[in-house]
Design a protein around this ligand. Structure first.
Ligand code: 3PG
Ligand code: MG
Length: 390
């Protein structure tokens, strides 16, 4: 599909469906991802869209054991309902956001979609409450398309997945891209043109399955890949070390024994939570069977910073530790501190949790000239991995 930006002339009197990304742990504060939806919504309001129908997702209800099949949702989960965003979006858009809580497969929705008097902004329920979302199901897309005249994709951070609300729906309605989506593409392309091999990639966070294959694509194209966060546990386990009671999935790393560990750099020390509840710094070889590995150690952080100093261009996705607990946010904070004071290298930082850590520990980075902040984590890595030139 061509990257066609939405134009003002297409909007007036139309019912416009907009796919955005509100996926965030932060439900009461204004997250960077929410801010990045503001421009398209105010543009639509200003250019007299009749109704704006907002589509988004939260979490992964399809694999959550608390999700239930109910009221024409496949995996409804109270905790992941988008109703929590209603008031924060109302504030952000300076216009009342109406939350439609019923399934798009319900009779209520079908009647609603035909109604001539719809609210100005409608937020539909979590798109991942339907299994059809991930399956790129045309029947789900048809139900949603009933309520709109045109479609805008403003969710760059979902571009690594072909889902019903960014792919199937584009077969049914005239479709365009939003400002933020194209801004992300433009910035990532620009940065790539400038970078050659002086690239260091830092990958942390938890989503090992999503990241490992992409990461392997970067091996040829970068100087070093530094591994942290939950992703590190899987690598460390696959390398034969103990990770105790930590989460890991070493099967998610294909062809581990063939990887080039001159380029992929694994942590040498960690901060662990012992079974007694106390924390301790330990070398790889000292981690015990009852420990939980929750942060990188100071030696590793220092080593990683030395690698970064050799690079001209740095890509970072995913925190280095379990930042929800401040005791294990130390490595992430140290790295943010380094970036905050470094005005020479170019940085691309992205992903939901990475954005949270910037907001919490080093918000000035959002405005830093040599840093581009992407809403996408997996999406940003995926997009760049397709385009990085040798
Ligand atoms: C993200 O948080 O990376 C995006 O919202 C996509 O979510 P996902 O990783 O659960 O697909
Ligand atoms: Mg992510």
């Amino acid at each position: 599909m061509d990257l066609q930006l939405i134009k003002a002339s297409k909007i007036k009197g139309k019912r416009v469906i907009v796919r955005v990304d509100l996926n965030s742990q932060e439900t009461d504060k204004i997250h960077y991802r929410f801010l990045s939806t503001q421009k398209i919504i105010s543009f639509l309001l200003k250019n007299k869209a009749k109704t704006i129908i907002v589509l988004a997702h939260l979490g992964r209800p399809e694999s959550d054991k608390h999700s239930v099949k109910i009221n024409q949702f496949d995996c409804y989960n109270e905790k992941l309902s988008l109703k929590i965003f209603k008031s924060i979006l109302t504030k952000l858009y300076h216009s009342k956001v109406f939350f439609f809580k019923y399934s798009v497969f319900s009779e209520r929705f079908e009647k609603y979609a035909k109604s001539k008097k719809l609210p100005r902004i409608i937020l539909l329920e979590n798109m991942r409450f339907y299994l059809g979302e991930d399956k790129n199901d045309i029947d789900l897309a048809k139900q949603i398309a009933m309520i709109g005249d045109i479609f805008i994709d403003e969710a760059f951070s979902v571009c690594h997945r072909k889902v019903a609300t960014n792919n199937a729906i584009t077969k049914l309605l005239p479709s365009f891209f939003g400002f933020n989506y194209l801004l992300e593409v433009k910035n990532l392309d620009k940065i790539l043109q400038k970078s050659k091999r002086d690239l260091v990639v830092i990958v942390g966070g938890a989503k090992i399955k999503d990241k490992s294959e992409i990461l392997i694509k970067f091996i040829e194209k970068s100087s070093y890949i530094l591994i942290g966060g939950g992703v590190a546990n899987s690598f460390i386990k696959a390398a034969g070390f103990e990770v105790g009671r930590s989460y890991f999935d070493e099967m998610a790393i294909p062809n581990f024994s063939k990887l080039d560990f001159n380029k992929i750099i694994l942590p040498i020390d960690f901060k662990v939570l012992e079974i007694s509840g106390s924390t301790k710094y330990k070398m790889n070889s000292e981690v015990g069977t009852t420990d939980r590995v929750l942060d990188l150690g100071n030696l590793t952080v220092q080593q990683y910073i030395n690698y970064i100093k050799r690079a001209k261009f740095v890509l970072w996705n995913g925190p280095l530790g379990y930042i929800e607990d401040e005791r294990f946010a130390i490595a992430t904070k140290l790295l943010l501190e380094f970036i905050k004071n470094d005005k020479t290298r170019k940085y691309v930082l992205g992903g939901g949790e990475t954005l949270d850590s910037i907001a919490q520990f080093a918000p000035s980075i959002f405005k830093q000239k040599n840093v581009f902040v992407s809403t996408g984590g997996g999406a940003m890595l995926w997009y760049l991995s397709k385009k990085v030139k040798n």
